[in-house]
Design a protein around this ligand. Structure first.
Ligand code: CA
Length: 705
């Protein structure tokens, strides 16, 4: 029921009655204004109540509740719950009991025995007043779960004794920690529950304020950044870790408060919609997250399953203007439509977070890096114990979406896809030695983008390994270059191309069957890999063992064994100026790869000073200048007076476009001198770049004769 309609009806009624006389009209007005006061509270309670029941499966939940009832002690406690360290249980059990109790479709509907069990277990909770060592349970989960149970029971035929409800509402009261991003909105949610349960306008005012407080753009602080990425725990990319909590809470709040006087204001709605459309939903391929956006949550079971549930569907109700987009997202992420449904080509360079996201209908390819401006992927609370190399140029390559889902317990953690690192004899070498974020070590980290294509670079200097790494993004392929690879450690230095679920055959001819020029290639799971200069290529396709506990101490120790496809280049021990080049071609089989026109990709330079690739098919040039210098190759010359990343579109046309960015985010102006085949004379451009929060962003220049 929409409150707007109710209000309209009410007003019409009032007008009619008013004509009948002052007294009658006055009485009606009093009734209406009392209703209007109750209205947002009851409307919101009803929406929360419905929301809590959206995905309930009656039979399965009844079975769980049967077992909860059987194991419930006479005093309302459970034997198997440690009340000195209570986590989700027992409040989750009580909430489940309340859910089945109020559902007419459930066999426990209005069940007297269940009602007394709910009352008993709530009284027991009240008396025990459990507290967890982790503040999150005390200040967020407990009051939220209590509020949800009370809201559910409000719709019961026989509700809770009012003194019990009052005492529990009092127990929900916490001091709000404001300005804490996702956590603030998490806390404000139980304020909303309490406000509606008590019909308290002042509480609702502050709940609405703090629920929506995080929907703002900040620079450098926790929350949504100017480039559309998300920070939490310092300057650390948290797009679908804490950003997922932010998104879920913001969507729920906007959904609950829609159409009321507390509805999400337009300017904030625009921020939320933009975050969802241009960042968050792009990180989900099919129903699986890019592993680069889950933060330390990568070490949790099922953490790549997006479980978008009904979230996207809710957005439609407060943002009908984008309905077609939300519908497509719902169908795609729920698996009802193919993974490419509604996907259009895009390329995002998140210069605040060192994250690049390249989307095509056929694939998703992302890169995560770290710089002196950001923090490396955190280990925290003994989660993500082995993720030391996660921000060192990790590449997430997805076709179906599930390529890495739940593979993390058996991953070899010094062979994270895309990274160049020491190859330790065991995974202890990949242990993150310090909890929470560690700053990156270099500043030349970033890239240039026109929104569809782009190039990214990473100056790697970590764990006694140095390399200049770059990624050139086109339509059918991504070209990956590495140069200046140096290390004096005793291990082999390797660049891992991929490490994913083994699915089907691995095809990779070698020896006499390999290309005469020394070129190598491989195909696995509809992704092709081309190594134009060969290299010491190693491929493994066998079972790997491990368990979740070794990467996350909250997880199980059960030993797992999974078949893994792993492909890497070995640069050997003590490399002093090693390099690599490989081209990833997603959405191809062996026959397709044979026909694939490799000559369109011209790798013009791959040194520790300059990496450049020309794509003749797309008529574009992309380059990373680690130093001021000149790129001269077949008829073109590109000179820059500062280190930068450059991309030129319509290279041979009459009106090429130059895109340029400074990955170090230091220079205000970069001078470029261009000699192009389509231009009758050299062109000199002083490229003014943005400063402040937009330092690192791309500037573009249309080149005219
Ligand atoms: Ca190893």
């Amino acid at each position: 029921m929409f409150p707007v309609n109710k209000k309209t009806n009410g007003k019409i009624k009032v007008h009619r009655k008013v004509r009948l006389g002052f007294l009658v009209g006055g009485l009606m007005l009093m009734v209406i204004s009392a209703n209007a006061q109750n209205e947002p509270f009851n409307v919101i309670l009803q929406r929360v109540n419905n929301d809590l029941q959206t995905f309930v499966k009656d039979k399965a939940l009844a079975e769980e509740v049967t077992s909860h009832l059987k194991n419930l002690n006479a005093d309302g406690s459970w034997q198997d719950v440690n009340y000195t360290d209570a986590q989700y249980d027992p409040l989750k059990r009580i909430k489940d009991m309340a859910t089945v109790y109020i559902r007419t479709s459930n066999k426990f509907y209005n069940n007297a025995e269940l009602h007394s069990a709910i009352v008993k277990s709530l009284r027991n909770w009240l008396d025990k007043n459990p507290k967890n060592k982790n503040w999150w349970y005390n200040d967020i989960f407990y009051p939220q779960a209590i509020g949800q149970t009370l809201i559910l029971m409000r719709s019961a035929k026989e509700g809770l004794p009012s003194e019990l409800e009052k005492a529990l509402i009092k127990r929900m009261i916490r001091k709000l920690k404001t300005g804490d991003g996702a956590n603030t909105s998490d806390e404000a949610l139980h304020y909303l529950y309490r406000a509606c349960l008590t019909q308290n306008k002042a509480t609702l005012d502050s709940a609405a304020k703090y629920l929506f407080e995080p929907i703002a753009i900040t620079d450098g602080k926790e929350g949504v950044q100017v480039d559309g990425s998300y920070y939490q725990h310092g300057k650390q990319q948290a797009i679908a870790s804490y950003g997922r909590v932010f998104t879920g809470n913001s969507v729920n709040a906007a959904f609950y408060l829609r159409g009321t006087a507390y509805a999400l204001p337009k300017d904030q709605l625009a921020i939320l919609v933009n975050y969802l459309k241009n960042t968050f939903l792009k990180t989900i391929r099919g129903s699986f997250y890019d592993f680069n956006v889950r933060g330390r949550g990568i070490s949790r079971k099922d953490s790549l399953s997006s479980g978008m549930g009904g979230m996207v569907g809710k957005i439609k109700l407060f943002n009908p203007g984008n309905a077609a987009y939300w519908d497509a997202s719902t169908l795609r992420t729920s698996g009802k439509k193919p993974v490419d449904y509604g996907i259009t080509a895009s390329h995002n360079q998140y210069w605040k977070s060192g994250y690049t996201l390249h989307l095509r209908p056929a694939y998703t390819f992302s890169v995560q890096t770290a710089s002196t401006r950001t923090l490396r992927t955190e280990r925290g609370n003994n989660e993500n114990i082995l993720g030391k190399f996660l921000p060192d140029g990790a590449t997430n390559i997805q076709r179906s979406g599930s390529e890495y889902a739940n593979l993390m317990p058996v991953w070899e953690w010094d062979k994270i896809p895309g990274t160049t690192s020491r190859d330790y004899p065991d995974d202890n070498g990949a242990t993150v030695l310090k909890e929470w974020g560690i700053p990156g070590t270099t500043k030349f980290v970033g890239g240039v983008s026109d929104g569809i294509y782009g190039v990214s670079c990473y100056d790697l200097n970590y764990d006694s390994v140095q390399a200049k790494k770059a990624w050139f993004f086109f339509d059918r392929e991504v070209v990956c270059l590495g140069a200046g690879i140096k290390s004096s450690t005793k291990e082999n230095i390797t660049t891992t191309v991929n490490q994913a679920w083994l699915r089907g055959d691995v095809l990779s001819p070698k020896g006499a069957h390999a290309n005469a020029k020394g070129e190598r290639w491989a195909v696995h799971d509809s992704i092709g890999y081309i190594f134009p200069q060969g290299g010491n290529l190693e491929i493994s396709s066998k079972a790997q063992t491990g368990n979740w506990y070794r990467i996350n101490h909250f997880q199980r120790k059960t030993e797992l064994k999974h078949n893994v496809f792993k492909i890497w280049l070995n640069h050997g021990i003590n490399p002093q100026n090693a390099s690599y080049q490989y081209i990833v071609v997603p959405g191809i089989n062996a026959a397709g790869l044979k026909k694939y026109n490799r000559s369109m990709i011209q790798i013009l330079k791959n040194t520790d000073e300059l990496q450049a690739v020309k794509h003749t098919g797309l008529d574009m040039l992309q380059a990373v200048f680690y130093k001021a210098g000149t790129l001269a190759a077949n008829g073109l010359s590109l000179q820059v007076d500062q280190p930068c990343t450059v991309y030129i579109k319509d290279l041979n046309g009459k009106n090429p476009t130059l895109y340029i960015a400074d990955p170090a985010q230091e220079n205000a102006t970069i001078s470029v001198l261009l000699k192009l085949p389509g231009l009758s004379k050299p062109k000199s451009i002083d490229c003014n770049l943005s400063a402040g929060a937009f330092a690192g962003a791309t500037a573009s220049f249309k080149i005219k004769e």
